[in-house]
Design a protein around this ligand. Sequence first.
Ligand code: GRF
Length: 216
Amino acid sequence: MAKLKVGVLISGRGSNMAALIEAAKADDYPAEIALVVSNVAEAPGVAVAQGQGIATAVVSHRGQPDRETFDRAVSAELERHGVELVVLAGFMRIFSPWFPQRWTGRLINIHPSLLPAFKGLHVQQQALDAGVRVSGCTVHLVTEDLDGGPIIAQAAVPVLAGDTADSLAARILRQEHRLYPLVVRWIAEGRLAIEGGRVRVAGVPAGATLLFSPEP
Ligand code: GRF
């Protein structure tokens, strides 16, 4: 069967992108990384993707008259490569309303907190400041509502005494690298349905959309 063509949008180191590239190497993985787009030419993830033989494009946000013009340029690159699912992986631009509308139901993000807690930036510090005992990451559909689209799956980790934002981020990131390829697989297998604004993942064991890692 044809593999789902995925476009990954990055702005930085691209470790989630690398996890997806790695997962997609398996013959039985139902998706392929058709394109990596970065808005930053020097993003380390661009070189990582190129080193893996993945097509890359740089669309700079600088010098664009407005957000929508940038969004349309990114979208044109994705279309040119036949992308069917857009995966945000540390992409640090806020879209105009046009982009999530253009890719409705085919645009996902990973966020390093258990949404709806701790939206925006510096979320590990937000979690530490709030004194939560559990944090994690969330994969969600992207809508115009920043970090607010329907939740697909989450992974939880403990917050330990003595944690810093960096140590918590590293613990969460290890789970991001497990969760994101899993969710892309489910989407490629056609398992996602949206009912009443909530996501149902068909045919996976009950509870499988929550990973829990007690490992420090
Ligand atoms: C991750 O923590 C992700 O949750 C957030 O941005 C970071 C990207 O890291 N959206 P990387 O570029 O995938 O290593």
